[in-house]
Design a protein around this ligand. Structure first.
Ligand code: FES
Length: 108
């Protein structure tokens, strides 16, 4: 299992154990982390899994594909480190990662 900490905008932290080869959206939704909805089920078409990946972890995650980049253009509160959680694969290399969540809670 891979330990992932999701941090809400108000600083509330949720540390969960995620299955390798799942994704960051699933790690949150399967553990009832507020603010991550995953409305489309992970097919990169809703952006309700928007999150921020801290710089220290960027090198451990492949860059976004074109479809993800397109969806990210439409999200609220986009930052340079914005990602769609459903497009970030959970690997052992991410053990201990801290994922920040946007202030709007991905309400859509
Ligand atoms: S769950 Fe819909 S884009 Fe990620």
């Amino acid at each position: 299992m891979v330990a992932i900490t999701y941090i809400e905008h108000d600083g509330t932290r949720h540390t969960v154990e995620a299955e390798p080869n799942s994704n960051l959206m699933e790690g949150a939704t399967l553990n009832m982390v507020p603010g991550v909805i995953g409305m489309c089920g992970g097919i990169c078409s809703c952006a309700t899994c928007h999150c921020y990946i801290p710089d220290a972890w960027q090198t451990r995650i492949p860059p976004p594909a074109d479809g993800e980049k397109l969806m990210l253009e439409a999200v609220n509160q986009r930052r340079p480190n914005s990602r769609l959680g459903c497009q970030v694969l959970v690997t052992e290399a991410l053990d201990g990662i801290e994922v920040e969540l946007p202030a709007d809670g991905n309400a859509g």
